[in-house]
Design a protein around this ligand. Structure first.
Ligand code: UDP
Length: 341
């Protein structure tokens, strides 16, 4: 198997930069993380089943020194190309479809990816003596009764609804991760990621940022689900990756999850206004039914991230949206967008 020929021996590993296994490394956030780790001079073994990843995310990484790709679905036992790799220092789990329409397409697979897949990666970390980071989600707070959401809020999640495969899957993944840590089997970190946007998003992902920007660039109707009064807080991807890297290296026992997100909250209607101003679109707005169990509001309390990591997002929405819009314009071959607001 071609990948196995690239795996390092113990001797080579001792002299080599430290190795990161990044599950979901060809995805939206994962591809930015792989690039940042390579930029820091580290090696990356990227695992991805390419279910929701964009091939061009991968192509941009494949030429880089120290980068190795193994196509694999983490819900299945890890291949020897991964378990046999020497010198694994960090294991990152970013592998799961995160967009509601996509993770609901095969809910059994979503649940198993989060629970069985996380277990496979935890075992890998345990065997290698590596530190493990789980990317959990603000979805563990469900439709929150507490606002903003701090990590000690236990959430309001439906375990029977269509989002449960993801929300409850991530909650179970957190439980499993902390169980490994409590038993001294692995050093762990758990990030709860709030809505994130930026280049490398899939235009067909179905998220509100990608949908609105792509619709505006294509001159299509802009879709708003419900009346658009629900809120979200959007974090630019470079800030998210900086937070994840800080968390992985943070000097604490790892026994508590850490929210990562941008606390600037807005309604979906307000986001629509920003996209309209940025793109100059005059397209109609089309109201569609609010999806089942769609949270009414969401804003991270990032006090813990600030205290533990000295981290806070830096990129303002206007700047992040402009960069995202320019990237989508390029990606779609659309006409350059209007940059002024
Ligand atoms: N949404 C919308 N129009 C779209 C896609 C999504 O109004 O074209 C809404 C969606 O119902 C939700 C919010 O925007 O209230 C954020 O949706 P997204 O899927 O981006 O993230 P999540 O629901 O996982 O926070």
């Amino acid at each position: 198997m071609q990948q196995q020929t690239n795996i390092r021996t113990q001797d080579e590993a001792a002299a080599a930069p430290r190795l990161n296994v990044v599950a979901g490394g060809a995805g939206f956030i994962g591809s930015h993380l792989c690039r940042a780790l390579l930029d820091r001079g580290e090696a990356v073994l990227c695992l991805d089943n390419l279910q929701t990843a964009r091939p061009s995310n991968l192509r941009a990484l494949e030429g880089r020194a120290g980068f190795l790709f193994v196509q694999h679905d983490i819900s299945q036992p890890l291949p020897a190309a991964v378990t046999g790799a020497a010198g694994i220092a960090r294991v990152w789990n970013l592998a799961c479809a995160a967009s509601p329409p996509l993770y609901q397409r095969d809910p059994e697979h979503t649940m198993l990816t989060n629970v069985v897949g996380t277990n496979h990666l935890l075992r890998l970390a345990e065997g290698a003596g590596a530190r493990f980071l789980l990317t959990s989600t603000s979805e563990v707070y469900g439709d929150p009764e507490h606002h903003p959401q701090a990590e000690d809020y236990r959430g309001n999640v439906s375990c029977t609804g269509p989002r449960a495969c993801y929300d409850e899957g991530k909650r179970a993944a957190e439980a499993l991760t902390f169980d490994y840590a409590r038993a001294g089997r692995a050093e762990v970190r758990v990030a709860r990621i709030f809505n994130t946007y930026g280049p490398n998003m899939d235009p067909a992902d179905g998220r509100v940022v990608s949908n609105l920007i792509c619709q505006a660039l294509r001159g299509e109707a802009l879709t708003i689900y419900g009346d658009g009064s629900q809120t979200r807080s959007f974090c630019f991807v470079s800030d998210m990756v900086a937070g994840l890297m800080a968390l992985m290296e943070a000097d604490f026992d790892g026994m508590e999850p850490v929210n990562l997100g941008n606390p600037v909250e807005m309604t979906v209607r307000e986001l629509l206004g920003h996209v309209q101003a940025l793109t100059g679109t005059g397209a109609a707005v089309e109201q569609r039914p609010l999806p089942v169990d769609d949270p009414r509001r969401r804003r991270p309390d990032i006090t813990r991230a600030g205290a533990l990591l000295g981290w806070a997002p830096r990129v303002p929405l206007a700047e992040g949206l402009a960069a995202t819009c320019a990237w989508f314009a390029d990606e779609l071959g659309a006409l350059p967008h209007k940059t002024g607001t």
